[in-house]
Design a protein around this ligand. Structure first.
Ligand code: NAP
Length: 186
């Protein structure tokens, strides 16, 4: 793939056979996918709770067990600060994120010398909240702005910076970086 060094190439089905031979191993893999509907444990349908765990935790787990990453590279999973600071309707998200943070600690040992880390964002203004009622969303952001020491809601770029930090720092492994505007302590 050296002819494509300055280009971005996506190979779907790259874990074995022709796909793997075409793409080769990755240097760095970041898993930022996941859909986790919010809701109290006694209100969220069990099927939705399973689907959330399947999407965010098992999705990352499946990628971690099959993706080919060079040993000098890294694997980074996106979790979330709710792992440390549950809200009033987020026990499931707290559990999923805590599981992901625990997973990276174990994987950092199992997969060494590959480095494995988590980045745990606080509230971000991203399309993740687009399905929410606009008024409720703005109320949520305003409340966070008042509560957070940084006085604002996060942006995707705030977290991307942390992802690039853990992928690039050769001494960072088995750790979680919280980029939450102080949400964990506020
Ligand atoms: N935004 C926040 O306030 C916040 C706070 C804490 C933690 N986080 C975590 O940070 C990560 C990134 O969040 P974000 O705000 O960037 O979310 P986002 O804007 O909703 O983006 C999520 C991305 O993941 C993809 N995706 C979702 N489910 C997938 C699946 N099963 N397979 C493949 N791709 C899938 C989506 O693609 P499609 O659109 O095509 O489905 C989309 O590209 C997530 O793990 C999220 O839980 C976010």
């Amino acid at each position: 793939m050296s002819a494509y060094a300055d280009q971005r190439v996506l190979v779907v089905g790259g874990t074995s056979g022709v796909g793997l031979a075409t793409a080769g191993e990755f240097d760095h893999v970041v898993v930022s996918a996941g859909e986790t509907p919010m809701g109290r444990v006694d209100a969220l349908p069990l099927a939705d709770a399973y689907a959330a765990m399947d999407s965010k935790f098992w999705g990352a787990y499946r990628i971690a067990r099959s993706v080919r990453v060079r040993p000098s590279g890294s694997l980074t999973l996106l979790a979330g600060y709710l792992s440390q600071r549950p809200g009033r309707a987020s026990a499931l998200q707290s559990a999923i994120n805590a599981d992901l943070e625990a997973l990276v600690r174990g994987l950092a040992l199992e997969y060494a010398p590959l480095r494995v880390n988590a980045v745990s964002p606080g509230l971000l203004r991203t399309p993740l909240w687009e399905g929410m009622d606009v008024t409720a969303r703005e109320r949520m952001c305003e409340a966070a702005t008042q509560r957070l020491p940084v006085g604002r809601v996060g942006e995707a770029a705030d977290v991307a910076q942390a992802v690039l930090f853990v992928t690039g720092n050769a001494y960072a492994t088995g750790t979680t970086v919280y980029v939450d505007g102080g949400g964990t302590i506020a």
